[in-house]
Design a protein around this ligand. Structure first.
Ligand code: OGA
Ligand code: NI
Length: 261
């Protein structure tokens, strides 16, 4: 039976806030403001019509051969491994006047500004860069547990993902599973118009997708460069290849080493 309207819903740090309404960011910023939750979900971030336009844009880019198999890992250990990550991707321009991408870029920027103004933890991304990626997961693909930050890519603050799948059903799988803590997780269905935003350090994965094609646009929201963070050095670099980086424990060990270096 359905819960009575207004009935108290279970509240936990991992309960996503759900809302509808175009261009209303409160439902995304408020649940994240106090730091208890690490992600928020809103339906209708874009209209069904705009989601369809974006999906069609993806199809055109794919037909033009612009999508490439995605890689895993960063720096010298970057490689392709379709069993670990099966999507094809294209990086999108960070500025364009061209519909429909122009609309989404504007909305991601508005979301960034709303988040940055909503809580101290998000303030560093005020005015920061946004890099957007179009991704298509074919039948049978997935993306194993990972974080969107790494020692070599530490400046992502939040990840925002807009889904474009108008006819998604639960039989298709391909949910985003978010793992805020050891042993707890929540899943988000990749339904058209839905936006999920989370702290880029949070572990997450794309569960095996059994439908035909799963489309999404991911925006990585970066911290703005500040005087406190020096510009990237163009001096000599030391590259260290870590052969065991794929081992479950290794990224955490490397994180810890960098943090205490
Ligand atoms: C990513 C990612 C999740 C999704 O691209 O880093 O985790 O739901 N995507 O598409
Ligand atoms: Ni990710």
């Amino acid at each position: 039976t359905a819960a009575a309207p207004g009935a108290a819903k279970e509240e936990s740090p991992f309960t996503p806030a759900r809302s509808t309404g175009y261009n209303r960011y409160d439902a995304l910023t408020q649940p994240l403001a106090d730091g208890r939750r690490c992600f928020a979900v809103a339906d209708g971030f874009v209209s069904a019509a705009l989601a369809a336009e974006l999906r069609a844009m993806g199809g055109r880019m794919d037909d033009a051969g612009e999508l490439r198999p995605a890689g895993v890992g960063t720096g010298p250990t970057r490689r392709q491994d379709a069993a670990a990550r099966g999507d094809r991707i294209a990086w999108l321009p960070s500025a364009t006047e061209e519909f429909p991408l122009s609309i989404v870029l504007r909305q991601f920027a508005a979301l960034r500004d709303a988040l940055a103004g909503s809580a101290p933890r998000w303030a560093p991304m005020r005015g920061g860069e946004i890099k957007c990626m179009l991704a298509c997961y074919p039948t049978g693909s997935r993306y194993v547990k990972h974080r969107d930050t790494s020692p070599l890519c530490p400046d992502r603050v939040a990840t925002a993902i807009l889904y474009l799948n108008a006819d998604w059903t639960s039989g298709d799988g391909g949910e985003l599973a978010i793992h805020p803590d050891e042993g707890s997780s929540a899943t988000v269905a990749p339904a058209a118009g839905r936006l999920v935003v989370f702290d880029s350090r949070t572990e997450h994965e794309v569960l095996e997708f059994r439908g035909r094609e799963r489309w999404a646009i991911t925006g990585f929201l970066y911290r703005a460069e500040t005087a406190a963070s020096p510009p990237p050095s163009h001096g000599p670099k030391i590259l260290v290849a870590i052969a065991s980086y794929r081992d479950e424990e290794c990224p955490h060990t490397v994180d810890a080493l960098f943090a205490s270096a």
